[in-house]
Write a protein that binds this ligand. Structure first.
Ligand code: NPQ
Ligand code: MG
Length: 368
C-alpha cells in the first residue's frame, strides 16, 4: 500500500438531545475524521476526542496539532509497511492515544479495503451481530429519566447505563429499579466524579444488583479503586484508567477492576484493543465496548470489535438514532436489541457524500 497523505476533516454533528454527564453537557459532537489516501485505496479513522479536554486530556484541536506537527511527519520520514507498523513508528511520542488511534484506524481501513478483508475478521470476531446497551444522561428530574429509560427499553436496548454523580446516584437507580423491575440489566457510570471517601455512599448502590459501577474515582487512582472494590459488592469496571493492555493487566493484578470497558480511541487503536481483550480473557475478566458518541464510521469499527469472544456484556454500541437524526453513513438500526456487524471490506461502511459535505466545517491536507 502506497500512502500519499491524510485528509483531516472537521465535522459538527448536532445531537438529538443534550447529553449530560458528571463532566458536562454536550449538545453537539465535534468530530475530527482522518482519511488515509493511498494510490489504490482510502480508509477512515474517526477520532473520539471531544472539543474540550473533559473526558481525557486530549481534545480535537490538540489532536489536529499533534498529527500535523509530529505524527504524520514521523510516518512521512519512514512510511509504515502496514497498520501494525504504525504504533511502533509513533511510540517515541508520549500519549496522544486518540490521535494515534485515528491515524492507525485510517491506515488499517485502507489496507483492509485494498485487500477485501472485513475489520471484524481481521480482529477475530466470532459473531455477526452484537447485543447493545444505551448510556442515559443525567436529567433534571427522575420523571424525565424514567421517560427516557422507558423509551430506550421500548426500542429494544438490552442494557441500561445511568450516568451518575454525587446527588444523582441512589435515587435514580432506585427509581429505575422500582419502575422497570429487577430483570433489567442495569449499570452506572460516574466518569470519575467520586472520591476515596465516598465508599459508603457507593456501597449504598449494592442492594440494586447493578452489573457494575464504571470509573467512580479519578483515572489515576488505581489503588483507590482496589480499596473501594473491597468495600462495595457491585463489581468495579474501569474506563478512563485503562489506557493500554499493560494498564489493564496492572489494574486486574491490583484488584482495581473486575470488568473492563474497552474504547479503542482511549487505548491507541483497535490493535491495542484486541490485546486488552486478550489480556482480560486470560484473566477471566469480562470486557465490553464503550462508546464516544461516534458517527457511523467509528460505530462500525466498534461493532466489529464487540464481536470478539471476550465481549460478553452488552456495549455502549447504540444505534445511530441514539445520538444523531442523520448519521454520516447508512444508519445503524437496532434489530431485537442487536446491531449487525458490517461484513464489507475494512469498516464496511462509507460516509454518504452529501451528508459529509453538509456537516464538514474544515478540511486540511497533510501530505506524506
Ligand atoms: C463514557 N460515553 O463511557 C462515555 C462518556 C462520554 C456513551 O457514556 C462527546 C464525546 C461527549 C465523547 C459524553 C458514554 C461525550 C463523550 C460522554 C464521551 O464514559
Ligand atoms: Mg465511561
Amino acid at each position: 500500500m502506497k500512502l500519499t497523505g491524510f485528509e483531516l476533516r472537521r465535522v459538527r454533528m448536532p445531537l438529538v438531545a443534550p447529553f449530560r454527564t458528571s463532566f458536562g453537557t454536550q449538545t453537539g459532537r465535534e468530530v475530527l475524521l482522518v482519511r488515509a489516501v493511498a494510490g489504490d485505496a482510502e480508509g477512515w479513522g474517526e477520532c473520539v476526542a471531544m472539543g474540550d479536554p473533559l473526558y481525557s486530556s486530549e481534545y480535537a484541536e490538540a489532536v489536529a496539532d499533534v498529527l500535523r506537527r509530529f505524527l504524520v511527519p514521523a510516518l512521512a520520514a519512514g512510511p509504515p509497511a502496514d497498520a501494525a507498523a504504525v504504533a511502533p513508528a509513533l511510540h517515541r511520542f508520549k500519549g496522544h492515544r486518540m490521535a494515534k488511534a485515528a491515524l492507525e484506524t485510517a491506515i488499517l481501513d485502507a489496507e483492509l479495503r485494498a485487500a477485501g478483508r472485513p475489520l471484524s475478521r481481521e480482529l477475530g470476531a466470532v459473531r455477526d451481530r452484537v447485543p447493545c446497551g444505551v448510556s442515559v444522561g443525567i436529567m433534571d428530574s427522575i420523571g424525565e429519566l424514567l421517560d427516557a429509560v422507558d423509551g430506550y427499553l421500548a426500542e429494544g436496548y438490552l442494557r441500561i447505563k445511568l450516568k451518575i454523580q454525587p446527588g444523582w446516584d441512589v435515587a435514580p437507580v432506585r427509581a429505575v429499579r422500582e419502575r422497570f423491575g429487577d430483570d433489567v440489566l442495569l449499570q452506572v457510570d460516574a466518569n470519575t466524579a467520586y472520591t476515596r471517601s465516598d465508599a459508603a455512599l457507593l456501597a449504598a448502590l449494592d442492594p440494586f444488583d447493578l452489573l457494575l459501577i464504571e470509573q467512580p474515582l479519578d483515572e489515576e487512582d488505581i489503588v483507590g479503586h482496589a480499596d473501594l472494590a473491597k468495600r462495595v459488592r457491585t463489581p468495579i469496571c474501569l474506563d478512563e484508567s485503562i489506557t493500554s493492555a499493560r494498564a489493564a493487566a496492572d489494574a486486574i493484578r491490583l484488584g482495581a477492576c473486575a470488568i473492563v470497558n474497552v474504547k479503542p480511541g482511549r487505548v491507541g487503536g483497535y490493535l491495542e484493543s484486541r490485546r486488552i481483550h486478550d489480556v482480560c480473557a486470560a484473566h477471566g475478566v469480562p470486557v465490553w465496548c464503550g462508546g464516544m458518541l461516534e458517527t457511523g464510521l467509528g460505530r462500525a469499527a466498534n461493532v466489529a470489535l464487540a464481536a470478539l469472544p471476550g465481549f460478553t456484556l452488552p456495549g455502549d454500541t447504540s444505534a445511530s438514532g441514539r445520538y444523531f437524526r442523520t448519521d454520516l453513513t447508512e444508519p445503524f438500526v437496532l434489530d431485537g436489541g442487536h446491531l449487525a456487524v458490517p461484513s464489507g471490506p475494512g469498516l464496511g461502511v462509507e460516509p454518504l457524500p452529501e451528508i459529509l459535505a453538509e456537516v464538514t466545517t474544515g478540511i486540511e491536507w497533510l501530505p506524506l
